[in-house]
Design a protein around this ligand. Structure first.
Ligand SMILES: Cc1cc2nc3c(=O)[nH]c(=O)nc-3n(C[C@H](O)[C@H](O)[C@H](O)COP(=O)(O)OP(=O)(O)OC[C@H]3O[C@@H](n4cnc5c(N)ncnc54)[C@H](O)[C@@H]3O)c2cc1C
Ligand SMILES: *[C@@H]1O[C@H](CO)[C@@H](O)[C@H](O)[C@H]1NC(C)=O
Length: 472
């Protein structure tokens, strides 16, 4: 256990001997580690529980948007991006049926440098975050699998957790228990208003020495297939994520499954410099998948408990916003739960009050990311004629429109939902204008109908998500 002079503080002794602290955090992923360090540095006694401290090997959380990088800096954790062979990201390169456009992250002023994001191997970044937690004297990290919450039978208050360490039962107690156990959280069921909804999965491969058309950008490939993402995550490695909607006929068992779909439908759509490495990865590499879920956040009402990270709130990973939301949330919560605002977490009523403020305050940064991810996914995975018109309009907008707005939203740098709404409807009207110009004179009689359908589709794409964000 690290300590400044070899002698453990009483709080550290209590964490080890009695498994007791101010906060117990379940899950040492992106959110859990950042939160443990943030609270530990405020002088709280923290126990961080993780089922496996081995370097994670996953296809998630590999591109950190500039907004997330800024949050990491605010938390004093930017050094976790050093020494992991990360790749600077300066924006997005979007190809629409082979026609490309480069969208750079917008500068805050003409003289300032282009803000950068960073891409890396998820596991290496998580390892760095875990090291930061391990070297924090007020944090004790324990490898144990949490199996349940310990709840007071008469007050419904969460008192801690039960876990299993190397086949042995264990318990950890705290005034505040945090579930940060990720997308498949076991602990949100009774305490979260919503359940995740899934429309598709991302299938991932790692390409070796692929030759990307536009290095140092996130690549988005749009065509009549659902969207494909590619970005370099190391000197030699490139991640490719292919969206496969549930029940996609082209990927059915009859049609050769996902591998068959990749060979027949995806391979020909890839930039030439990536095709050989893609085939190689498909034949010899590890094909893995993850569900792409949507989960609106809900206000925590259980005393002594808090849900954060993917366990609380998820959006489609198309825009790579999950880590940015998680790190921004840590920035917000550490202010609201600071010792100045909440002297002791044993005041569960005050904690609950701060959590209801958190629910609204976090929306400043999370709403735009959530709405944009869901709306863009619907458009990029265009399923009908109106959606296809919107997709075309969206791409045209990227080419001719004021791109700093949309890309700033994507980067997590612009946080006003109204900016998002205005760009979104500009896209809808541009789509209608394009349709008008392309409709032959004799078919113009049907144009108003198609125009109304595009506008209607635009509304049903975005309105439910806006509604969720502003009302609940
Ligand atoms: C396909 C895909 C691609 C993505 N790409 C990006 C991207 O490019 N950029 C981006 O910003 N976001 C991306 N995301 C989202 C991002 O991965 C998540 O938002 C982020 O990892 C959430 O962090 P978290 O700490 O909440 O959960 P996680 O990082 O999943 O951490 C949860 C931790 O809890 C541990 N745990 C779980 N159960 C238990 C238990 N019972 N006991 C003890 N420990 C437990 C796990 O082992 C894990 O370490 C992507 C998501 C998907 C699905
Ligand atoms: C650890 O907590 C104590 C209070 O318990 C605080 O004074 C100290 O600054 C914290 N140390 C670090 C390195 O965050």
């Amino acid at each position: 256990m690290p300590s400044t002079n070899g002698v453990l503080s009483p709080a550290a002794q209590r964490r080890i001997d009695h498994h007791e602290a101010d906060v117990v955090i379940v899950g040492a992923g992106i959110l859990g580690c950042a939160l443990a360090v943030a609270l530990g540095r405020q002088g709280r006694s923290v126990i961080l529980l993780e089922k496996s401290l081995e370097e994670p090997n996953r296809i998630v959380g590999e591109l950190l948007q500039p907004g997330g990088l800024q949050a990491l800096e605010k938390l004093g954790l930017a050094d976790c991006l050093e020494g992991i062979d990360g790749i600077d990201v300066k924006g997005y390169w979007i190809s629409y049926f082979g026609q490309p456009v480069l969208l750079e992250y917008p500068k805050s002023s003409p003289s300032s440098p282009t803000p950068l994001g960073r891409a890396f191997h998820h596991g290496r970044f998580v390892n760095k975050l875990r090291q930061a937690a391990l070297s924090c004297p007020n944090v004790t990290v324990v490898e144990t699998k949490v199996t349940g919450l310990v709840t007071s039978s008469h007050t419904n208050e969460v008192l801690g957790v039960e876990s299993v360490t190397k086949d042995l039962k264990d318990c950890y107690f705290a005034q505040l228990t945090v579930a940060a156990d990720g997308y498949a959280s076991d602990f949100r069921k009774k305490h979260h208003q919503y359940t995740p909804k899934r429309r598709s999965k991302f299938y991932g491969l790692e390409l070796i020495d692929a030759d990307l058309p536009c290095p140092n950008t996130g690549h988005v490939l749009l065509s009549d297939n659902p969207p494909i993402l590619m970005y370099q995550i190391g000197t030699h490695e490139t991640r490719i994520l292919v969206d496969v909607p549930d029940n996609l006929p082209a990927a059915s068992v009859k049609n050769g499954g996902v591998k068959g779909y990749f060979r027949k439908n995806i391979l020909p759509k890839l930039p030439e410099g990536c095709q050989a490495s893609f085939l190689d990865a498909l034949e010899n590499g590890q094909l893995r998948s993850m569900p792409n879920s949507f989960l609106p956040a809900s206000t925590n009402k259980t005393p002594g408990f808090m849900i954060l990270g993917d366990a609380l709130n998820m959006r489609h990973p198309l825009t790579g916003g999950g880590m940015t939301v998680a790190l921004n949330d840590v920035c917000v919560i550490r202010e609201l739960l600071s010792p100045e605002c909440v002297p002791s977490f044993s005041d569960t009523e005050l904690v609950l009050k701060q959590l209801s403020i958190f629910h609204w305050k976090r929306k400043n940064s999370s709403s735009v990311i959530n709405i944009l991810a869901q709306a863009l996914y619907s458009i990029f995975a265009a399923e009908d004629r109106s959606m296809q018109s919107l997709q075309r309009g969206c791409f045209r907008y990227f080419v001719v429109g004021p791109v700093s707005g949309p890309v700033g939203l994507l980067a997590g740098l612009i946080q006003q939902p109204l900016v998002l709404v205005s760009h979104f409807f500009s896209v809808a009207f541009l789509s209608i204008w394009i349709l008008f110009r392309e409709t032959p004179l004799l078919e113009l009689i049907m144009f108003p109908w198609h125009a109304i359908m595009i506008l209607y589709t635009a509304c049903i794409v975005i309105m439910p998500y806006i509604w969720t964000e502003v009302w609940y």
